[in-house]
Design a protein around this ligand. Structure first.
Ligand SMILES: Cc1cc2nc3c(=O)[nH]c(=O)nc-3n(C[C@H](O)[C@H](O)[C@H](O)COP(=O)(O)O)c2cc1C
Length: 299
């Protein structure tokens, strides 16, 4: 791993595998507490249960009721993030990305649809951002802010996690990141939001909604969500972002940068294999360009 430049890992995700992700899962695999240590309830800012959700194949997913963290337990959780970051650096990664997005634990503390606490970690925006602030500060102190990125999704509503004032929320976290000199901010576009708008329709999302955050953040700004090659190039050329992260296109195209460079065709992703537990199918079995003899997969 040492030889790979710019290899980042998310301690939020590492933690998530064990307990964060399981608390408000988004992949449909962890909806029960069976993956928790000793089958314990997943931890959260709240004890409210996630609303049952319908998966792409029509299955209704019910989620284990979470356990609200006691105030005095929180410093240990913050410390777990610090240790995970240290371990990642010692394992040879160049940096870590704290996952403060998409309904994971930090998001559960930040957003007022979920956080119903009455202690110093609930209530006003400052209190709801306290957990994020403590985690970011601890990790930056451990490995250096120059090795740290933070992923945020102020407009997302995964796992019932949404906020009544997403702009103020994100700007507050960005202010903290600026003060610490965090290397990059990775923000998810509102168009990835899954919720219905008025009258049950998809909300109409104005393009450029992340611009205030891009302007406010002093480090490198990375956007994600629904980008293709041309749109990504445009976002960078327009100064809307410094970097573009690709999810589904990268999953289906292991050599995506090379395909972009050659303006080659892309494998189509297969949605039915998203979020499945098979380690290969839909994850590592998409063909490389050179393996295809110019004949593109048509899955
Ligand atoms: C199979 C799959 C698994 C994903 N897993 C996660 C995850 O664990 N955590 C997360 O925050 N986002 C996850 N995402 C969302 C991606 O990180 C990304 O935000 C999303 O796909 C939008 O980017 P795109 O339009 O480039 O695909 C996942 C997406 C896919 C397709």
């Amino acid at each position: 791993m040492k030889s790979s430049p710019n290899l980042f890992v998310s301690p939020g995700n590492l933690l998530a595998r064990h307990f964060v992700k399981s608390s408000w899962p988004q992949d449909g695999c962890n909806q029960s507490a069976e993956f928790q240590p000793n089958g314990q309830a997943p931890i959260s800012s709240t004890d409210k249960q996630v609303t049952p959700q319908v998966s792409h194949d029509g299955q209704v997913l019910e989620f284990a009721p979470p356990r609200r963290l006691k105030t005095e337990e929180i410093p240990n959780i913050v410390d777990d993030f610090r240790i995970a970051a240290r371990n990642a650096i010692e394992a040879g990664f160049d940096g870590v990305e704290i996952h403060g997005a998409n309904g994971y634990l930090i998001d559960q503390f930040m957003k007022d649809s979920v956080n119903d606490r009455t202690d110093a970690y609930g209530g006003g925006i400052e209190n709801r951002c306290r957990f994020a602030a403590e985690v970011i500060t601890a990790v930056a102190g451990e490995i250096g802010a120059h090795r740290l990125g933070v992923r945020l999704s102020p407009f997302a509503d995964y796992m019932d996690c949404h906020d009544s004032d997403p702009e103020a929320l994100a700007l507050r976290v960005i202010g903290l990141m600026n003060n610490l000199g965090v290397l990059y901010c990775h923000m998810i576009e509102p168009r990835m939001c899954v919720g219905a708008g008025e009258h049950g329709s998809k909300p109409v999302i104005a393009h450029g909604r992340l611009l205030p955050f891009r302007k406010a953040f002093r480090g490198t700004f990375m956007v994600n969500g629904g980008y293709d090659r041309d749109e990504g190039d445009k976002a960078v050329a327009d100064g809307y972002a410094d970097l573009v992260a690709y999810g589904r296109l990268f999953l289906a195209n292991p050599d995506l940068p090379e395909r972009f460079r050659r303006k080659a065709g892309l494998n189509k992703y297969d949605r039915s294999t998203f979020y499945t537990s098979d380690p290969v199918v839909g994850y590592t079995d998409y063909p490389f360009l050179d393996d295809q003899n110019s004949e593109l997969a048509t899955r």
